[in-house]
Design a protein around this ligand. Structure first.
Ligand code: RM4
Ligand code: MN
Length: 384
């Protein structure tokens, strides 16, 4: 395998919301130079691509990125050298969704939620995006609060309606999350639930693995291996967690886990663009600067990918065949312990980029420019 060619072909999608202000439920900390609208978010995302060379797509979140003319937004992205990635729906920030969106017992609320999801497919048509990402905050807080089975029926009905609306070459990714904001039941709590709904619908429905959405200790790489084997791994929402859905920078809390995940991606052929596995970031930079936070994150995924590509498949297979437990483990650890930074610096130079994206961005003066220019107006934020 040509490792460098594979690394050059890998694309990591950054989320528009990473460039806006964010925080916890206690406090959103404003930063200087933060975008006021989706156009400025795309400009910041284009910087991440300019310095890494592998982040050419930007995910949108609706309604956070609502604009009058989506075709124009898409053109603006193209002019900046990036494109529109996944469209993320949002049925979790409206008064009506207090007791759920598509699973709500009130048919009027369900209709409203479905209307939003279908509008997101319209936005895919207008922007040329091929992926809809569905995350539902739906669930209950108290035993008996609602009928768990009926909520699955309502979920299935909404998913079928969205599936039906998808055009040629479009798909949806169903995201699961074990808890939060609901604490007793969650309607899509795990990969098995998401998988079962997707299998029932067909090939245009796949599962997205948000690395922060699991209980501590869950073996995420097993889930990845399984879904990829079944053709149901639609992609990742990458981030890191120490405790829950922390949304910290991918590869910061546990780079070894990220390596193990990327090894299963490599093993399952998921780096082949034809498999459609989308490598997306779903992060917020609450206390660190945002554009450098995204650059660092893209580099972390790339480093883990490079290490995974260095695993010697022949040596590993031989050790596994012979039942050589320690030998097999050593093959993996040798790859993980390799310093791939010189390899990646060389790769960037071949692409005409600076070998150190963090230093090159810091030197560029872009931050000073946006800090001076972006005064007044309403800074973008996710509204906590
Ligand atoms: C959710 C989920 C979604 C993301 C929102 C912002 O927890 O991870 O993917 O769109 O957060
Ligand atoms: Mn996510």
């Amino acid at each position: 395998m040509d490792i460098k060619a594979t690394l050059r072909a890998q694309h990591i999608e950054t989320p528009s919301w990473a460039y806006g202000n964010s925080g916890t439920r206690f406090k959103v900390f404003a930063q200087q130079g933060v975008p006021r609208d989706p156009y400025e978010k795309l400009a910041d995302a284009a910087q991440v691509h300019a310095y890494t060379g592998i982040a050419p797509a930007v995910a949108l979140h609706i309604p956070w990125d609502k604009v009058e003319d989506y075709a124009e937004l898409s053109r603006h992205a193209r002019d900046l050298g990036v494109g529109i990635g996944a469209i993320n729906s949002n049925v979790f920030q409206d008064e009506d969704y207090k007791l759920g969106s598509v699973t709500n017992s009130d048919p009027a609320v369900r209709r409203k939620a479905l209307g939003h999801l279908l509008e997101c497919v319209d936005i895919m048509d207008a922007t040329g995006s091929d992926t809809l990402k569905l995350w539902f905050s739906d669930g209950t807080n108290y035993p008996g609060q609602d009928d768990i089975r009926a909520r699955q029926d309502r979920l299935a009905e909404a998913l079928a309606a969205v599936y039906e609306r998808l055009g040629e070459g479009q798909r949806f990714l169903l995201e699961y999350k074990l808890f939060e904001p609901a604490f007793y039941t969650t309607d899509v709590p795990d990969w098995g639930t998401a998988y079962a709904h997707c299998v029932k619908l067909g090939p245009k429905a796949q599962v997205v693995v948000d690395t922060g959405h699991h209980a501590p200790g869950v073996n995420i790489e097993f889930i990845v291996a399984f879904l990829l084997r079944e053709g149901k791994l639609g992609g990742f929402d990458f981030n890191s967690r120490f405790y829950a859905d922390d949304d910290l920078m991918v590869g910061s809390a546990d780079p070894f886990q990220l390596f193990r995940i990327m090894y299963e991606v490599v093993r399952g052929g998921g780096l082949d663009p034809a498999t459609g596995v989308a490598f997306m970031l779903d992060q917020c930079h609450n206390i660190e600067p945002k554009i450098p936070g995204q650059i660092r994150s893209v580099m972390n995924v790339q480093e883990a990918t490079a290490k995974a590509l260095l695993v010697d498949p022949g040596a590993l297979a031989a050790a596994q065949r012979e039942g050589d437990v320690l030998g097999a483990n050593a093959v993996l650890m040798d790859a993980y312990n390799t310093d791939v930074r010189p390899l990646l610096a060389g790769l960037r130079e071949e692409l005409g980029l600076a070998p150190d994206p963090m230093a090159a961005y810091a030197k560029s003066g872009y931050f000073e420019k946006i800090a001076a220019e972006r005064v007044g107006g309403q800074q973008a934020g996710w509204g906590a």
